[in-house]
Design a protein around this ligand. Sequence first.
Ligand SMILES: [Zn+2]
Ligand SMILES: [Zn+2]
Length: 433
Amino acid sequence: MVGALSPRADSQATPGGGANAAEAAGRRAGRLAAIAGAAERLRPWLIEQRRDFHRHPELSNREERTARVVAEQLRAAGLEEVRTGVAKHGVVALLRGARPGAVVAARADLDALPIQETLDVPYKSLNPGVKHACGHDVHTAVQLGVARVLSQMRDRIPGTVKFLFQPAEEGAPLGEDGGAAYMIAQGALADPQPGAIFGLHVAPDLDVGQIGYSLGPALASADRFLVTIRGRMSHGAWPQDGIDAIVVAAECIGALQTLRSRRIDTREPFVLSIGKIQGGTRSNIIADEVTLDGTVRTHSEAVRAQVKELMREVLDGVTAAHGARFTLDYRDGNPVTFNPPELVQATLPALRQVVGQAQVIERKPVMGAEDFAFYQQVVPGFFYFLGVRNTAKGITAMIHTAEFDVDEECLVVGVQAMANVLLDYLERAAASP
Ligand SMILES: [Zn+2]
Ligand SMILES: [Zn+2]
């Protein structure tokens, strides 16, 4: 199923190409054979790396040890240009091929989550209350593996591979800069600027050995909003003397849900959730203030902008009807993770070559979010999913849960997939005039 990959030429490559196409197909088969063999030999090392990161998870913007290990491993893999301390604990490294050519980037994220590990596994988290529950240990180990594999193949690499190891994907602590936007601000995509960037994420809804992708939107924009509704306090028995912020808030909550049902195009994915409300002091006092704390998610920047405007319109109307006032603190989060269709189509053959045509699965976009989207605003980027589920072994838990785990077979697949994608990109760039 997984791992034992016999290299095969890309079956889609031949029509009408003659000798050049045959040559290209031969080159691709040779490339995959080299990558598959090197990744296979790394299997025990990859498992060891992933387990080491899993045992020592670190929260967003606190990835000191992880970053140190990453930098050490990159240097051990023979990469000379390793820049540390980017966006706090980020690492950016260059691997220069033996031949000149294009620049391509890959991104892995380093941080873990504030979740207590409950699994009884030999690689159980040693850091109480912190766990790699989003698979970033896998992403980091895979990317170190890709650096190793490609470092051994320098002779045949036409161009440069830039590796981004990024902190704080899950969001920096309040008041701190962090994540992809901070990496970009600190020059991670400059000097040299890549022609494209690739990233992967573990997917517990795909079997190990499968790769998933979406064309166009893959993940949602995710913004946070804080609404404060202000009324006027009075005795609970004299409500006519006050303005009840709780009653106004209740109407606002209902009215905001009508954005989904009555205002936004029904064909456009959109979620507005209020996860927290707070207000009032006591049973017999009319509340003068209520706060609503929520999230807005969309698959389109146009819908995102429209929602922002409509929220204000609804809150304005509802509060005015009651003589109340409001403030809306709308905080932009991650943009839409958008995979440009041309880049996806050009990349799919390289993924199919690794796991087989039937194992590369197009799937519907989801309402989760990723700060990989920030890189895609600077250069074309493709974010795809690596299957980690193994029902027979009982590995089925969702990410961001205490039970989350992966089938470690995904490590070799991940290295083969990403190494093949990056090298394929550089070879295609070298072949096109
Ligand atoms: Zn996550
Ligand atoms: Zn994640």
